[in-house]
Design a protein around this ligand. Structure first.
Ligand SMILES: Cc1cc2nc3c(=O)[nH]c(=O)nc-3n(C[C@H](O)[C@H](O)[C@H](O)COP(=O)(O)OP(=O)(O)OC[C@H]3O[C@@H](n4cnc5c(N)ncnc54)[C@H](O)[C@@H]3O)c2cc1C
Length: 437
C-alpha cells in the first residue's frame, strides 16, 4: 500500500491491500478515485442496493482525504455572505444546511460502523491576529440571524486563560459545530462499510482511458476495464486528467501538516489549554489540534506549487513557535507532509452531471470533510433517481480554471493576501504593545 509518510499513515488501522483491477468487470456505477468524495458516493449507492466499483490509482485515502487536518465542520470555502449576495438567502441556507446534515451523518457513520478514528472531541476556537472585536460580534450576530449558528465571542483574556496562550492572538470565537477525527482511519472505515454493503474497491488501478459517448461507459486501467451505466469522477487535486472537461475545471492547491513528538502535559498546557480544533481568521491561517498524548498536529500555508518545499519540517515548526514561543526547545517535529486540495475559481464544490451517465464531485477546497459527504449523498440520489438536490450546485459549474495561468494568478492572490494579513497583524500588535506601555 502506498501512503506518504505521515502521522496518519503510521497510526492507520491496518487494512490488507485491495486487489488490482484485472480483466473485464461490470457494475451499474464505476467511481474513479477513493478519496472521501468517491468513498462516500460508493457507500451511499451501496446502501441503496446499487452495484458499484471504485477504482483508485494508489490506496484508499491516499490523497487529501487521508492526510488532512481532521476538522469536520459546516460550510464551504466560499464565504456565506457571497453565497447570500449571489444566490439569495433561501438558496444559501439550503446549501449551508446540507453541510449540517453531513456532519451529523459523519457522526452517525462513525457510531454505526464502529470506525475507530478518535479522538472525536467537539469544539473549534477561531482566533484573530488583529484587533477586530466589533467585526467578530457582527459576524456572530449575522450567522445567528441568517443561519441559526450558535457561536460564542471569547474576549482576549479568556482566550489565553481558556484556550490558547499566544502573543499573536486577540479575541476569538468558539463553536461546537465542529469536531475532529483521524481522517485516514475514517476513510478506511467508510471503505469497509461500503464493501460490507456490496461495493468493490480496487487499488493501484489508475484509470487511463474513458469512453463516455455511449449509454454503456467503458473505464480502462492498465490491466482491466469496467463497463458501467454511470461513471463518477472524484479525483480531487490528484486527477490524472482522465476527462479534461472535468479535471481542467480545478486548480490543485497544496497545504502542509506536521506532527510533533508528544510534549509533556505540563509544558503543553502553558500554550494550549484545550484539545479542541484551533484555527485563525487569516486567509491562509494555521489550523491545528493537540492530541491526548500531547502531540500537536499543525497545519497551515497554501500554495499552488504542489511539490514539497525544502525544509518543510523546519518551516512548519517556525510557524508553531511564532504562535507559541514558550514551546521552543520542547516541540520537535516527528513528521511533516504535503497534501493537494482541488479548488474551483468560484471556491465552491463542483457536484453534478456532465451528460447522461457522467457525474463528478470535486473542488471541495479546504473544507472537504462535510462537503464530500454532501457530494456522496447528492450524487447517489441523482444516480438512483431518488432526488435532484445536486441541482443546488448548478450555479457552480465546470468553468476552466486557467491551467498554469490560473495557478500563477492564485499564487499571486495568496501572496498579496498574506502580506496584507501580516501587515495588519503587525500594526495591531504594535498598537497593543504601546497601549500596554
Ligand atoms: C493538508 C490538508 C489539510 C486539510 N484539512 C482539512 C480539514 O481539516 N477539514 C476539512 O474539511 N478539509 C480539509 N482539507 C480538504 C479535504 O481534505 C479535501 O477537500 C477532501 O479530502 C477532498 O476529497 P476528494 O475525495 O475530492 O479528493 P482526494 O482525497 O484527494 O481523493 C482523490 C483520489 O483520486 C485518486 N485518483 C486521481 N486520479 C485517478 C485516476 N486517474 N484513477 C484512479 N484514481 C485516481 C487519487 O489517488 C486520490 O486518492 C485539507 C486538505 C489538505 C490537503
Amino acid at each position: 500500500m502506498s501512503y506518504p509518510q505521515s502521522f496518519y499513515a503510521q497510526t492507520r488501522s491496518g487494512d490488507a491491500p485491495r486487489p488490482v483491477l484485472e480483466g473485464e468487470h461490470e457494475a451499474e456505477v464505476c467511481i474513479v478515485g477513493a478519496g472521501l468524495a468517491g468513498l462516500n458516493t460508493a457507500l451511499a449507492l451501496a446502501e441503496r442496493g446499487i452495484s458499484v466499483i471504485v477504482l483508485e490509482a494508489q490506496s484508499v485515502g491516499f490523497g487529501a482525504s487521508g492526510r488532512n487536518g481532521g476538522f469536520v465542520g459546516k460550510g464551504y470555502s466560499q464565504e456565506l455572505s457571497s453565497l447570500v449576495d449571489n444566490l439569495g438567502i433561501d438558496h444559501a441556507r439550503a446549501l449551508y444546511d446540507l453541510t449540517g446534515e453531513a456532519t451529523a451523518l459523519v457522526r452517525r457513520r462513525i457510531d454505526a460502523h464502529g470506525i475507530a478514528c478518535g479522538p472525536n472531541t467537539t469544539g473549534v476556537m477561531v482566533a484573530t491576529w488583529t484587533d477586530e472585536a466589533d467585526d467578530l460580534h457582527r459576524y456572530i450576530d449575522w450567522m445567528a440571524e441568517n443561519f441559526g449558528a450558535q457561536q460564542r465571542f471569547v474576549p482576549r483574556d479568556q482566550v489565553a486563560a481558556e484556550f490558547a496562550d499566544s502573543p499573536v492572538y486577540f479575541d476569538a470565537l468558539y463553536s461546537d459545530s465542529t469536531f475532529q477525527f483521524h481522517p485516514l482511519n475514517y476513510c478506511l472505515g467508510i471503505a469497509r462499510a461500503a464493501e460490507a454493503a456490496g461495493a468493490r474497491i480496487f487499488e493501484e488501478s489508475a484509470v487511463s482511458g474513458l469512453e463516455t459517448e455511449r449509454p454503456e461507459k467503458l473505464i480502462v486501467t492498465a490491466r482491466g476495464q469496467v463497463r458501467a451505466r454511470h461513471v463518477v469522477l472524484t479525483c480531487g487535486g490528484y486527477g490524472l486528467g482522465v476527462l479534461p472537461e472535468v479535471s481542467g475545471a480545478i486548480l490543485p492547491v497544496a497545504t502542509y501538516v506536521m506532527a510533533t513528538e508528544p510534549i509533556p502535559e505540563e509544558v503543553l498546557a502553558t500554550a494550549i489549554r484545550q484539545k479542541v480544533c484551533m484555527a485563525d481568521t487569516r486567509r491562509a491561517g494555521d489550523y491545528y489540534r493537540a492530541l491526548p498524548d500531547g502531540r500537536i498536529l499543525w497545519g497551515g500555508r497554501m500554495t499552488s506549487r504542489v511539490s514539497e518545499p525544502p525544509r518543510l519540517a523546519a518551516l512548519m515548526l517556525e510557524d508553531l513557535l511564532t504562535v507559541y514561543p514558550q514551546l521552543r526547545g520542547h516541540a520537535r517535529v516527528e513528521s511533516a507532509w504535503t497534501g493537494t486540495m482541488s479548488y474551483a475559481r468560484h471556491r465552491m464544490p463542483q457536484i453534478g452531471r456532465l451528460r447522461d451517465g457522467v457525474w463528478y464531485g470535486q473542488a471541495f477546497g479546504g473544507s472537504g470533510m462535510g462537503t464530500t459527504t454532501v457530494a456522496g449523498e447528492l450524487l447517489a440520489e441523482g444516480i438512483s433517481g431518488q432526488g435532484d438536490r445536486y441541482r443546488l450546485f448548478e450555479p457552480f459549474g465546470l468553468d476552466w480554471a486557467g491551467g498554469p495561468f490560473g495557478r500563477i494568478a492564485a499564487q499571486a492572490i495568496y501572496w498579496s493576501g498574506q502580506m496584507q494579513d501580516d501587515a495588519a497583524a503587525r500594526r495591531d500588535r504594535a498598537r497593543r504593545a504601546s497601549a500596554a506601555a
